[in-house]
Design a protein around this ligand. Structure first.
Ligand SMILES: NC(=O)c1ccc[n+]([C@@H]2O[C@H](COP(=O)([O-])OP(=O)(O)OC[C@H]3O[C@@H](n4cnc5c(N)ncnc54)[C@H](O)[C@@H]3O)[C@@H](O)[C@H]2O)c1
Ligand SMILES: [Zn+2]
Length: 1602
């Protein structure tokens, strides 16, 4: 049988040891047994391959061996061993397993090992062979294409370690390499492509002609592995099909090159480096994307990037880059990181230039710090015979996605250049030559996406053959004379976003003839998402009317199309040509091949872009077909009717494609804008292209000097800044050039009006909109017209610098703005690659031919953002409906921030000396709106900082005012939309009349303005005054005002960044927790919220679990409305100031939010940001773009970047876990990873992983836990934001969640939370309420601590011993020890220092030593009691009665609250004076008589008494201090009197207040005690004291005693 096997042998290292053919199993066994005698043959393979091929080998070995004569020696053995497939087998463990098997089977030195498999088997087995018994013989039988052409050849063997791939290995040459190409028939096609990357690579560096055949024969090569060969076909030459021959020749060609190189340089000293082309960058990409993306796929992208690097260095032509790209694409390989297969991966987020360069540092090829890369000089040759040193700067420029142009005068001035071939002419020429007969050599063809797609499609249809000459400068087209066939079954023709190709090919596909066999397949053409929106309807309608059978596969009027091969009937074809002239050209180009001569009638009004139709007709003529355009007999007027005869195109032998006139506009415009000169060769007045008129009709009118010959155009720009605006330009004949004109108009002096370009709305993007939006970023105003736009030019100096231009994946947008970038500093062009469509090397040419430096830029966030820098000190603007409470909220906000509040209505009155109502009455609404807008402008400049500005409700009615607001937001300011229930507003407005009434129903106004309010603001504050005042929600209705005030203060402090409301415990060395609220309606939780949230640092709102009453019934409706969610948050905030974590957990991550509803999730997350939530949980599986957009508008909100693995598949010690962590750390402020535990070990692994990550410098807070009951331990051990539940909650948010108190108990049990003792030092103290307070708090939180009394006469040994004890947790200190305790302490806080007294001892740790800190929380008690009633900054004057130690605390507190003046009264005036002189920095005034204020001064609205109540009275009693009612003469707002005496419950001072004035609130001493106790508790435990629970107990005890 072996006699009939034909093999081809290749020599390597001087031996013909590579044997290639088909169906080689018997040949291999025979060769091995005869050439390599041994006692044992071991075949090692992986389980995938074993399934297909092991039986055949086994059978062959056994039968051959059994046929051997049993001589003196024992018969050799055959053994096999199967490893798991995949890279993980290539490890130390994998190697050990193979070795153990060999040892167990007593294999000796004379063993021969056969490695049957892909590169994994080959590398592993090769390495085993290299070291087993100091080396045994082995053979490679590669089964993957990659292994055949690469890994099996060259003798490199290796295994991976966690530190990296292939780090341990040896050079060990196999005895034989058997290439059996039939094995490829079972190889998955993605793996085949993977190998093709190496094949293409080898041809690219070494063999031009090999590359040619790879390039043109991809379909056949694919077909060769897709058609299984039966009956051992191919084993002998005779039975080998053409496809098989081709496949084998490709493989042999590639192996031969590698074998040759290896032979010259076996140990990789120099030449062998060449095979690393594409690998330097490719490996770096692979390091990030492995294992999801295969080696060859990464190398494919690496090749393109490295080729671009050569191009950028001027070494390689764009033609070659284009060919390489096209060729790799043909093998289904990705050619850029933007490929959806890559861009959609989570790990793709980790690819940054910096990261790639960093990984590239550890390349074996590098020379010290210099990176070495293989540079291509043309297809088939490299720049040097080794890798070349390339500076980092160049590499990063190639890698970066964005660029910036360094403004200046082009250094090559006067510039003389050609531009790439015209896209329009290239596309037409391709179709003409392909349909024609004979050979046509096309020169200056544009190498672009469009032409690539066109060529690929024409090949696919077998319409023509293409070949390159002159290193790709010339394309040789072998015309197919109109014969076309349907592509192989299931193969769609994919056109990307190439519009011209789509239009032309639609008609071309109708030419396809029915196959003789009568099979009725159809041709399908499709494109990317944008392509699928671009219109094709009119063309399809015309062709259908002519009898072609075309159907829409998705949406009507757009691609994809399915076209039946019937040929084109011909005759009269009527076509609507008002959308695109390409429809017309498409029919014209194909018409000669119709069955009947065609008469094409253009109908439906105006014909668009006539020049392009003329161009088509002119070119058809060159190819031998004359089209007749009819004229009206009498008038000679041209008609829109064309007659096209039947016939064939006769290909001219050479056809030179004119340069692209649209492209030429950019260098010409650069000359115009920079005052320099530019000559474009190959375009002149005789051009076929409409855009050739740009120089004369636009640039000349703008003030340039233009010289145009038939074939050349020269432009000299006026001095910089002197371009003239043109009143009106109709650009209908050169629509593509309007973008260039627009950027010039932006810096021209005056207004330019550009019309005739309506079709530009349906190009790659809506270009008119795009130009308007992007120019706005420069501060240039525009006006949108139906068929164009107006541009209001500005002097260059006034254009905004540093603008980041979004390019909409549109080449023309990018190139047009690079013209502006040559003048405006810091302009960034995002998505530099979009120029690939028509001028792939535009950036290189800009630098190398025009002479403007182009630099790579790494964008941190894309420009979609309109977001703010959180710490902006800019004024906050409030907008919202009249009656929404802007003044009320604004006033509170201003006082909280200590800023100034301005109500625009009042301000208006001040400025105009007349009220708003009056003004409108006298001047009408339009005049008012105008005045109002002007006022806003003034306010923003004059009061741009430290103000809260409340604007009139109608301000958003004026577009100019809306723009001002939007600008404010985009420049980092805050605009807050205050919203309130419309019903409440209507009710409220009924009672208010200072503003003119609405002439229409309020609800309609509300509706109209709603979107404006939303688009002009970046935050939203929901004002629920009424709802709360009704007592519907709040636990204690009397607390309403306090709740609103705290909420306003918290909100504005947070969003303005003045002081963010973040969890304090979120830092190393502390434990932090959040409670997951699982209520469908949080209102239900509010009454017990305090109990629920005891101990935690934040509250998580699980938005996915929220259900309004209406939502509860119908099942499956899982998306709560935004209004409902916003209301829930607002309600929650009214009762708690704990930070909120906003979470929308999807089903796949263990929540209830639908996975597919990414849009809805995005809206909810945006809502959360506008509400200023403190933390936003962002699932990392969201699309990258979504995450970026959120990041861009996050403001002061912190991101929790989260991953949840519900399946239990992921393990903490896997590489995936590491990759996930990296992604999250890059996107979030906090990292969250939640896996599912199945064993206790998973918890230890989790802990170990967390410790490792947290040990990294600058590590972000990290939540690492396991779900499931087994995972509970991880929740106890986790230190950051451990999610907890509470027994009172209806359900847990996740399986295994435990309560805060449970966690504390567990921590105590495992020794992480030792019990501490706390004390009260003082005398007498037996009536103290402090033990009640603290012990109840400890218990509620599950803390193991105790609080007890230590009553001593003096600060003596007892106290000293107590505080020295290791279990001392802290102490309260009261009379008489507050001063004497100080010598025992190590440090005092500033407050304790100022007051000269200590009431709290806090032990802290400074590394090893314990430090006792003395603090004073008395002032905090006083402060807290006051601040709960009177807003910060609203204390007009305060009175302190008494001058003892407590008075010091009172003064300290009042000063901190911003009291403008503090009066002090004391029986002995000198003590009061002492107080004043020791606090000279405060405004303290000593008064002599209570109730008498200095003349003209304000009466106090805060009074604090520190003297015992028993000595006082409000009736004139002897020996008692008399309180007159005039103490309470302040009546203008909230006021509070605080009596620090504990007894009686109602002291005379408080009683008098109640009797005298209703605006006065009262507070007892116990309240102050409580407040200071809460503060103490927090300082000791760093946990919030459960105030409600504790205070109830304390009051209970207090009332029982008195
Ligand atoms: N030594 C070298 O010079 C060198 C060069 C390049 C790559 N490599 C190494 O090669 C490895 C990658 O090789 P690979 O791409 O072949 O991976 P592989 O061995 O993992 O094979 C890819 C997949 O295809 C399957 N497969 C292979 N042949 C098959 C067949 N004929 N039919 C059906 N399934 C088949 C395998 O089971 C596997 O699942 C990497 O470890 C890489 O480091 C080594
Ligand atoms: Zn490789």
């Amino acid at each position: 049988m072996t006699a009939t096997t034909d093999v081809q042998k290749i020599s390597i290292l001087g031996k013909e040891s590579i044997h290639c053919g088909f169906h080689l199993v018997p040949y291999i066994v025979n060769t091995v047994l005869t050439e390599l005698p041994a006692s044992t043959y071991i075949l090692i393979t992986d389980s995938n391959i074993a399934k297909f091929y092991l039986p055949a080998f086994e059978k062959e070995f056994r039968s051959t061996l059994s046929g051997l004569l049993n001589g003196t020696h024992a018969r050799p053995r055959f053994l096999s061993y199967i490893i798991p497939p995949g890279e993980t087998s290539k490890s130390r463990e994998g190697k050990a397993a193979v070795e153990d098997f060999l040892l167990l089977n007593k294999c000796t030195r004379d063993t021969v090992i056969l490695a049957l498999g892909g590169g994994v088997v080959g590398d592993l087995v090769g390495f085993v062979a290299a070291t087993f018994m100091r080396g045994v013989r082995f053979c490679q039988i590669p089964t993957s294409l990659l292994a055949m052409v690469d890994s099996s050849v060259g003798g490199k063997t290796a295994i991976d370690t966690p530190h990296g791939k292939n780090l341990i290995g040896a050079f060990w040459q196999p005895e034989f390499i058997f290439i059996d190409a039939a094995l490829l028939e079972t190889l998955p096609s993605r793996e085949f492509s993977n190998g093709m990357a190496e094949v293409v690579k080898t041809a690219a560096i070494w063999d031009d002609s090999e590359f040619n055949s790879l390039e043109s024969r991809s379909a056949e090569i694919f077909a060769a592995i897709q058609t299984p060969s039966t009956n051992y076909a191919g084993r002998s030459e005779k039975t080998r099909s053409d496809a098989q021959k081709l496949l084998l020749s490709v493989i042999i060609g590639s192996i031969s090159v590698k074998a040759h190189i290896v032979t010259i340089d076996p140990t990789e000293k120099g030449l062998r480096n060449l095979v690393n082309f594409g690998h330097s960058i490719g490996h770096a990409i692979e390091a990030i994307l492995t294992p999801t993306i295969l080696h060859g796929e990464c190398v494919s992208i690496g090749m393109i990037l490295e080729a671009e690097l050569s191009r950028q260095m001027g070494i390689l032509s764009q033609v070659s880059v284009g060919r390489l790209t096209r060729c790799l694409k043909a093998y289904n390989l990705p050619v850029s990181l933007a490929d959806p297969r890559i861009a959609n991966l989570p790990s793709a987020k980790l690819i940054t230039t910096e990261r790639l360069l960093d990984i590239m540092k550890v390349d074996k090829k590098n020379q010290g710090n210099d990176k070495k890369i293989v540079l291509l000089s043309r297809i088939g040759a490299t720049y040097e015979q080794k890798a070349s040193v390339v500076p980092d700067g160049l590499i990063s420029k190639t890698l970066s996605e964005s660029v910036t142009v360094v403004p200046g005068i082009p250094s090559f001035n006067p510039v003389k250049m050609t531009t790439p071939g015209s896209k329009s002419i290239s596309n037409r020429a391709l179709v003409l030559a392909a349909l024609g007969t004979g050979i046509c050599r096309l020169k200056n063809l544009l190498h672009s996406d469009d032409t690539q797609v066109m060529m690929a499609a024409l090949s696919e249809l077998k319409g023509a053959k293409f070949e390159w000459e002159d290193g790709g400068e010339t394309l040789v087209v072998h015309g197919g004379n109109g014969s076309l066939s349907v592509p192989p079954k299931g193969k769609e023709i994919y056109l990307g976003n190439a519009g011209t190709a789509a239009r032309f090919l639609t008609t071309v596909c109708t030419l396809v003839q029915k196959p003789p066999t009568g099979e009725s397949e159809t041709t399908v053409i499709t494109g990317n998402a944008r392509m699928k929106q671009r219109p094709i309807g009119p063309l399809v309608a015309a062709l259908r009317a002519n009898g072609s059978e075309i159907s829409y596969l998705e949406s009507d009027g757009c691609l994809p199309l399915s076209i039946r091969p019937n040929g084109l009937s011909g005759g009269i074809i009527q076509l609507a040509a008002s959308v695109s002239s390409q429809y017309v050209s498409s029919v014209l180009l194909c018409a000669p091949y119709a069955n009947e001569p065609v008469t094409l009638e253009l109908i439906g009004g105006q014909v668009i872009s006539q020049p392009y139709i003329d161009m088509t007709v002119a070119m058809m003529k060159t190819f031998g077909i004359e089209v007749i355009r009819r004229v009206e007999k009498d008038t000679g007027k041209l008609l829109d009717i064309y007659d096209i005869p039947k016939g064939s195109y006769q290909n001219p032998s050479d056809y030179s494609i004119e340069s692209d006139a649209s492209s030429a506009t950019y260098p010409l415009a650069i000359a115009a804008i920079t005052g320099t000169s530019c000559t474009i060769q190959n375009i002149g007045s005789s051009s076929l292209q409409g855009d050739a008129k740009f120089a004369r009709e636009v640039l000349e009118r703008m003030g340039c000097e233009v010289n145009q010959t038939a074939t050349e155009t020269t432009v000299q720009g006026p001095p910089i800044g002197q371009l003239k605006a043109v009143e009106e330009i109709d650009m209908e004949v050169m629509t593509d050039a309007f973008l260039t004109a627009t950027v010039l108009a932006a810096v021209a002096n005056g207004k330019t009006r550009i019309i005739g370009i309506a079709n530009q709305r349906v190009k790659e993007c809506n270009r008119i909109r795009a130009m308007i939006d992007e120019l706005a970023k420069f501060g240039v105003s525009t006006n949108e017209l139906d068929d164009g736009l107006e541009v209001f030019g500005k002097p260059v100096e006034q254009l905004r610098k540093g603008v980041s231009v979004h390019c909409y994946d549109d080449h023309r947008v990018a190139m047009a703005f690079s013209v502006l970038a040559s003048l405006v500093p810091g302009t960034i062009l995002e998505e530099k690659r979009c120029v690939e469509k028509t001028w792939p090397n535009w950036w290189d040419d800009l630098q190398n031919k025009i002479g403007l430096e182009v630099k790579g830029v790494e964008l941190s966030t894309p420009s979609v953002s309109l977001s703010s820098t959180p710490l902006s000190p800019k004024s906050v603007i409030l907008i919202g409906m009249r009656g929404s409470g802007k003044t009320f909220i604004g006033d509170l906000a201003a006082s909280a921030l200590r800023w100034t509040f301005i109500d625009a209505d009042n301000y208006f009155e001040t400025v105009h000396q007349v009220g708003v109502r009056q003004f409108v009455h006298e001047n009408g609404w339009p005049a008012f709106r105008e005045a109002e807008t002007k006022l806003l402008k003034d306010l923003l400049t004059e009061k741009g900082h430290d103000h809260v500005l409340s604007l009139g409700g109608g301000i958003v009615e004026t577009p100019a005012a809306r723009d001002l607001l939007k600008d404010w937001v985009s420049s980092g300011g805050l605009v807050v939309h205050v919203s309130r229930n419309i019903g409440e507003i209507i009710e409220y407005l009924g009672t208010e009349g200072s503003r003119p009434a609405y002439g229409e129903p309020v609800s309609e106004v509300f509706e109209r303005r709603a979107t404006w309010f939303a688009e002009c603001s970046n935050h939203r504050f929901i004002n629920h005054v009424e709802a709360f005042a009704d007592g519907k929600i709040v636990v204690d209705p009397t607390d309403t005002k306090r709740g609103v005030r705290e909420e306003v203060s918290r909100f504005f402090h947070h969003i303005s960044g003045v002081s963010t409301n973040l969890a304090q415990n979120l830092m190393p060395g502390h434990r932090s927790y959040f409670l997951s609220l699982t209520y469908p309606d949080i209102m239900l939780a509010l009454p017990k919220l305090e109990e629920l949230s005891a101990g935690v640092d934040a509250l998580e709102v699980r938005v996915d679990l929220l259900r309004s009453k209406e939502d509860i019934e119908p099942l499956g409706k899982h998306i709560p409305s935004e209004t409902y969610v916003a209301d829930q948050i607002a309600a929650l905030r009214r009762v708690t100031s704990l930070p909120i974590i906003f979470t929308v957990r999807t089903v796949s991550e263990g929540g209830a939010f639908p996975d597919h509803a990414q849009k809805e999730a995005f809206s909810l997350l945006k809502l959360a940001l506008s509400l200023g939530v403190e933390y936003l949980d962002v699932e990392m599986q969201l699309p990258e773009q979504t995450i970026k957009q959120l990041v861009a508008r996050k403001g002061a909100t912190q991101f929790i970047a989260s991953w949840h693995d519900w399946s239990g598949r992921l393990k903490w010690n896997s590489p995936e876990a590491q990759a996930m962590y990296n992604i999250a750390a890059q996107n979030g402020d906090i990292v969250k990873m939640v896996f599912t535990a199945s064993t206790m070990q998973d918890n230890f692994d989790c802990q170990a992983f967390a410790l490792k990550m947290n040990g990294r410098p600058g590590a972000k807070p990290f939540i690492a836990i396991n779900m499931g009951a087994v995972g509970q331990l991880s929740r106890i051990l986790n230190t950051t934001f451990s999610p907890v539940s509470h027994p009172l909650q209806p359900s847990r948010a996740a399986p295994g969640q435990i309560s805060f108190a449970q966690v504390q108990k567990a921590l105590h049990l495992i020794g992480e939370l030792p019990a501490k003792k706390f004390y009260l030092f003082g005398n007498p103290i037996d009536h103290s309420l402090s033990p009640t307070l603290h012990n109840n708090a400890f218990e509620t939180l599950g803390l193991p601590h105790t609080y007890e009394l230590l009553e001593t006469a003096e600060v003596g040994e007892d106290i000293k011993n107590t505080i020295a004890s290791p279990d001392f947790g802290g102490a309260s200190v009261t009379i008489p020890h507050k001063l004497n305790i100080i010598p025992l302490l190590d440090q005092l806080t500033p407050a304790a220092k100022v007051m000269g007294a200590v009431n709290t001892i806090i032990p802290t740790n400074d590394g090893a030593t314990r430090i006792l800190v003395g603090d004073n929380t008395d002032w905090l008690g006083i402060r807290g009691s006051i601040a709960a009633r009177v807003a910060v900054g609203q204390i007009h004057a305060a009175l302190v009665i008494g001058a003892g130690g407590t008075s010091r605390a009172a003064i300290y507190a009042l000063n901190d609250l911003g009291a403008k003046v503090i009066y002090v009264w004391n029986r002995t005036r000198s003590r009061a004076e002492e107080l004043r002189t020791s606090n000279l920095d405060m405004n303290i005034q000593v008064i002599d008589e209570l109730g008498q204020w200095p003349s003209g001064a304000t009466a106090p609205n805060v009074i604090v008494s520190t003297i015992p109540a028993s000595e006082t009275s409000f009736e004139d009693e002897p020996d008692r201090l008399f309180y007159p009612a005039s103490l309470y003469s302040y009546r203008d707002g909230p006021a509070i009197v605080l009596d620090l005496a504990y007894k009686p419950v109602e002291t005379p001072l408080l009683k008098l207040a109640k009797m005298t004035a209703s605006n006065w609130d009262t507070a007892q001493g116990v309240e102050v005690l409580l407040q200071q106790g809460y503060a103490q508790f927090e300082k000791w435990t760093s946990r919030k004291c459960p105030q409600g629970i504790v205070s109830r107990k304390v009051w209970e005890v207090y009332y029982n005693r008195v």
